[in-house]
Design a protein around this ligand. Sequence first.
Ligand SMILES: [Zn+2]
Length: 170
Amino acid sequence: MSPSPWDKLAAANKAEADNEDAARQAMRDAMMVELRRLKAEGVLAFSDCLEVFEDTGTDAQVYADAVPADDHLELAERIVLSQADKGAWVLTWSWVANRDVWQGAVDSDGEPCRYLNKYHCEACDESWEDTWSCGCNDECPLCGREIEPEESIELNLKGEPNGPDEEGAD
Ligand SMILES: [Zn+2]
C-alpha cells in the first residue's frame, strides 16, 4: 500500500523540522566555538555577557532590591533575571573564602599554604621544598643563607599540586 498524500505531507514536514533542528544545532555549535575562541583570546569577558543579558525593565530593580542582605551574597553589577511563574531568579554572586574550604596545611597565621616552594642552595648544593601561604624565601637548612624559591607551584584546595592533565578535565 502506497503512503497517502497526508502521510507524505507529514513525512515532509517532519523532515523539514528535523533539518531545521539540525541547522539550528549546527549554528549553535559554531556560535559556541566562536564564543570559546573569543574567551580564550581574552576578547570576551563574562561582564560583556552580563551587559547583553542585563534586564532594564522597571520591575528588575524591585526584584534586585528585595534580595536578602547577606555578607556572602553579592548582586551582580547588572541585574539579570530569570522570570518564573510566581517570582524571578535574580543573579547573585556567592562568596566562598579559600580559608573556609581549604583542606591542606595552614601557615603560622592560619592562612592556607597555597604554594609548594622548591629551593636550591648553590653553596651547599642542597635542595628542599616547603609549602607556605606565599612564594617566599627560606633559610638553607645547612648554611642558613636566605634562598629564593626556584619554583612556586600553586596548590589546589586539597593542598595538592594539580596534575598536568587536570586542566580541561570535568
Ligand atoms: Zn646552604
